[in-house]
Design a protein around this ligand. Structure first.
Ligand SMILES: Nc1nc2c(c(=O)[nH]1)N(C=O)[C@@H](CNc1ccc(C(=O)N[C@@H](CCC(=O)O)C(=O)O)cc1)CN2
Ligand SMILES: Nc1ncnc2c1ncn2[C@@H]1O[C@H](COP(=O)(O)OP(=O)(O)OP(=O)(O)O)[C@@H](O)[C@H]1O
Length: 195
């Protein structure tokens, strides 16, 4: 898919989101086993050191990060999940203990309960609707990851990996000043480091 700049980046993004949602739905059905393949392809030795990471609870046909989360946790890192407290605020991250139940956050996404410990991840596995090779990411459009990564990065280094089907790649995404870039992209066909 190639991107032709239009007059308005925001409406361009909205149109792209609709197309990429359709495309991801198709990929979810056509590429079985992608989550486990992607998890196995992460080159742990190339990542900066990290003590805590965040994954996500897969929505719809998002690529399931749980095999990857399991691998990172088995490697000794503390797992956490994002919690959307409102549409306009940054995400919180809370410790994910698979023995504890999850509760819907303000978007209805299963998330650790309010009493779970807060975590500051230094590795973020971000859900992706679309990505390009420069590390630009298109998300759900609420700006949650942009706000959250801006806050995290203002305090200390955080390495951000977008997890996606390889078919979610586009030539070039429209970019706004607030967009936070991915450091790498992991798909079922490989690991792409962004320069
Ligand atoms: N699995 C997952 N968890 C996540 C996110 C995500 O993208 N995926 N988020 C990322 O920021 C945050 C939640 N933010 C969200 C913001 C908007 C919508 C949303 O508008 N969803 C559409 C339906 C999307 C679809 O059909 O695929 C909607 O409700 O109309 C969802 C989540 C934190 N947790
Ligand atoms: N750091 C920020 N501070 C305030 N508002 C922000 C910030 N980052 C993004 N926003 C707002 O969030 C809205 C959505 O941004 P955008 O379309 O880039 O979302 P996205 O990256 O696709 O989604 P998400 O980050 O939720 O996965 C925009 O209206 C933007 O102004």
């Amino acid at each position: 898919m190639s991107y032709k700049p239009g007059v308005n980046l925001v409406t361009d993004k909205t149109a792209l989101r609709a197309r990429l949602r359709d495309r991801r739905r198709r990929l979810g059905a056509e590429v079985p086993g992608a989550a486990a393949r992607a998890a196995a392809l992460l080159p742990l030795e190339r990542l900066p050191p990290f003590a805590a990471f965040s994954g996500y609870f897969p929505l719809g046909t998002e690529l399931d990060p749980r095999p990857l989360m399991l691998r990172l946790a088995e490697n000794g890192a503390t797992p956490s999940l994002p919690v959307a407290v409102s549409r306009d605020e940054a995400l919180e991250f809370r410790l994910w203990d698979p023995r504890d139940g999850l509760e819907p956050d303000s978007f209805g996404i299963p998330s650790p309960p309010a009493w779970a410990d807060a975590v500051v991840p230094d590795l973020v596995i971000a859900p992706v609707l679309g990505f390009d090779r420069l590390g630009h990411r298109l998300g759900q459009g609420a700006g949650h990851y942009d706000r959250t990564l801006a806050n995290l990065r203002a305090a200390r280094p955080v390495f951000v990996i977008g997890l996606a089907y390889s078919g979610q790649e586009v030539d070039r995404l429209p970019v706004e000043p607030h967009d936070q870039r991915l450091d790498a992209i992991l798909t079922e066909t490989g690991y792409i480091e962004v320069g």
